[in-house]
Design a protein around this ligand. Structure first.
Ligand code: FAD
Ligand code: SIN
Length: 532
């Protein structure tokens, strides 16, 4: 069977995958897989911007401190320092590639936005569509690079590993479903970069695009890599509540510009929860909204910016203003109905400071990776920055170390075990819905022992059913994603059940206090090893 050989197999075309691809392209052949079209990624939908020290009124120390404060005692301080100090150089590289961030008309300084948890204005942005602008610039560069091949509609199924024991195991490449032809291809690479983004689709309500099914984390776990801190799932406080607009985010930058959270009766409740009110860290704002909705039996709360002039709103939030108008909401005149939704995974594939996972020849960056930066709660707009900084570091590692490695052993071709065509696709769609609902209802913003036990039972049963289905039938993208979604749900539940305290994004009614004496530590999962 034919084996597709490349030097660098990059799985994912968001900011992490593309920046890495651009940086290693001078070293060899780069193949970038994207399971949809190349632009479909969380990167494309990022609104608020990218945090980076860029003004004389700001300092590294201040950005570091804000990141540590949000992280609730679990950030790795040396990694945060590295992120913040290397950030401005990496952001300048994005600008040099052609990314246009908003500038003041007079003087030409960058306009800096503010979001929850930041003590000063430090967010570079392109209106309220920062991610789309970044992706436009890096994708154009990748498309014009002769060493980079972008393969759309290619969904990675599993990593291929050597037969070594877990400590010495090497990743040799990946099995990939080519949705254009329906065939499964075998890829072999000197180095595989996992940059598949987040896990939002594990939950019923999410700000994430459809591609965010946690594939990278699930594949890495199955291959034997260490996975860290999966209990820390960030819920964004303000997603639009509207039947025709699932997943539409209302940026935190709107609160940075003065928008106020109100109950339906008009009461501004955030001051009851934190002295920074609307600009408190995200976990606190999301929990406050959840609490208000539960106490008053409401399906949503209001985000109100109607006290600001219309021109101001249109200038700062053009995309959101236009989309809301399409839906019949004029936010210069009326409040916006909002609810929290799953937004960001602070855990992921354990990565060292060079972007290396615990398996040889497997690097990782972006939302798929856990670097130690975010701790128990990510500071707003630190995600794009983390992806940039660690994609660069992984590329440096590729140049200094990985390129000198001998060719990897040849992978075994894909074994087409399940050859039958399923006639019961409804089983997949039903289980998909059931798992996401279970996670939303039982493993959401507030957890408890009994909810987690019930969720574990449901997800374990779904895993057994889908395992059987997976081996019997020909793989489809829906089946691949469902298998991963269940795997990730299981990792989240097991990590959440293990942590017997409340900290940052993990809040459980049975252990409502933070317990530094026993739990100021990361949660590590690895296949066939006890959770530690
Ligand atoms: P992504 O950009 O999600 O890219 C993942 C890629 O992997 C995609 O190309 C996808 O097709 C591919 N992929 C996935 N699985 C497979 C597979 N099995 N096979 C092949 N390809 C696969 N962060 C900030 O810092 N600032 C913000 O303002 C901000 N706003 C946000 C707004 C929204 C609505 C959302 C959803 C997130 C926001 N975030 C923000 C978070 C941030 O956008 C993401 O964390 C970041 O873009 C992730 O980048 P990534 O490269 O890791 O993954
Ligand atoms: C937002 O614009 O509110 C999202 C910012 C982020 O997730 O960092």
């Amino acid at each position: 069977m034919h084996i597709n050989r490349t030097d660098f197999l990059v799985i994912g075309s968001g900011i992490a995958g593309l920046v890495y691809a651009l940086k290693v392209a001078s070293l060899g052949k780069v193949t970038v897989l994207c399971k949809s079209i190349p632009t479909e990624s969380s990167t494309r939908y990022a609104q608020g911007g990218i945090a980076s020290v860029n003004s004389p009124l700001d300092s590294f120390q201040s950005h570091i401190q804000d990141t540590l404060d949000a992280g609730a005692g679990l950030c790795h301080e040396e990694v945060v320092e590295l992120l913040v100090k290397e950030g401005p150089i990496r952001v300048q590289e994005l600008i040099d590639l052609g990314t246009n961030f908003d500038k003041e008309e007079i003087g030409g300084d960058y306009k800096l936005g503010r979001e929850g948890g930041h003590s000063v204005r430090r967010i570079l942005h392109a209106g309220d569509a920062t991610g789309a602008e970044i992706q436009r610039a890096i994708l154009a560069e990748a498309n014009s690079n002769p060493n980079i091949e972008l393969m759309a509609n290619h969904i990675a199924i599993d990593l291929i590993t050597s037969k070594h024991a877990i400590e010495n195991r090497e990743v040799l490449g990946a099995y990939v479903l080519d949705e254009n032809s329906g065939s499964v291809k075998t890829f072999s690479a000197k180095c595989t970069m996992l940059a598949t983004g987040g896990v939002g689709k594990v939950y019923l309500y999410t700000s994430n695009p459809v591609v965010a099914t946690g594939d990278g984390i699930a594949m890495a776990y199955r291959a034997g890599a260490q996975i860290a801190n999966m209990e820390f799932i960030q819920f964004h406080p303000t997603c639009l509540y509207h039947p025709q607009a699932h997943s539409f985010l209302i940026t935190e930058a709107m609160r940075g510009e003065g928008a106020v959270l109100k109950r339906r009766d008009g009461y501004a409740f955030m001051k009851e929860y934190h002295q920074k009110a609307e600009l408190a860290p995200r976990d606190i704002v999301a929990r406050a909204i959840d609490d208000q909705m539960k106490r008053f039996g409401d399906d949503f709360v209001h985000l109100d910016i109607s006290h600001k002039p219309r021109d101001f709103i249109v200038e700062h939030f053009p995309t959101i203003f236009a989309r809301l108008l399409e839906l019949g909401i004029d936010c210069s005149k009326e409040p916006i109905p909002v609810v929290p939704a799953a937004h960001y995974c602070c855990g992921g594939v354990l990565s060292d400071q060079r972007g290396r996972s615990s398996l040889h020849r497997l690097s990782t960056a972006g939302e798929t990776a856990w670097t130690g930066v975010h701790g128990a709660n990510r500071l707003a707009s630190n995600s794009l920055l983390e992806a940039l900084v660690f994609a660069h570091r992984a590329a440096v590692d590729a140049e200094e170390n990985i390129m000198n490695l001998p060719e990897p052993e040849s992978p075994e071709p894909w074994d087409n075990l399940g050859t039958g065509q399923s006639t019961e696709e409804v089983l997949v769609s039903h289980t998909w819905d059931e798992v996401r609902r279970t996670m939303w209802n039982l493993v959401g913003i507030v957890r408890s022992n009994s909810r987690l036990t019930l969720a574990q039972r449901r997800v374990t049963r779904a895993a057994e059913e889908i395992r059987d289905y997976y081996w019997r039938f020909r793989v489809t993208s829906d089946l691949i994603e469902l298998r991963n979604l269940i795997q990730v749900a299981d990792l989240i539940i097991r990590s959440a059940s293990f942590r017997k305290e409340s900290r940052g994004l993990h809040y459980t009614a049975d252990y409502p206090q933070r317990d530094d004496e026993h739990w100021k530590r990361d949660t590590i999962l690895q296949k066939d090893r006890p959770l530690s």
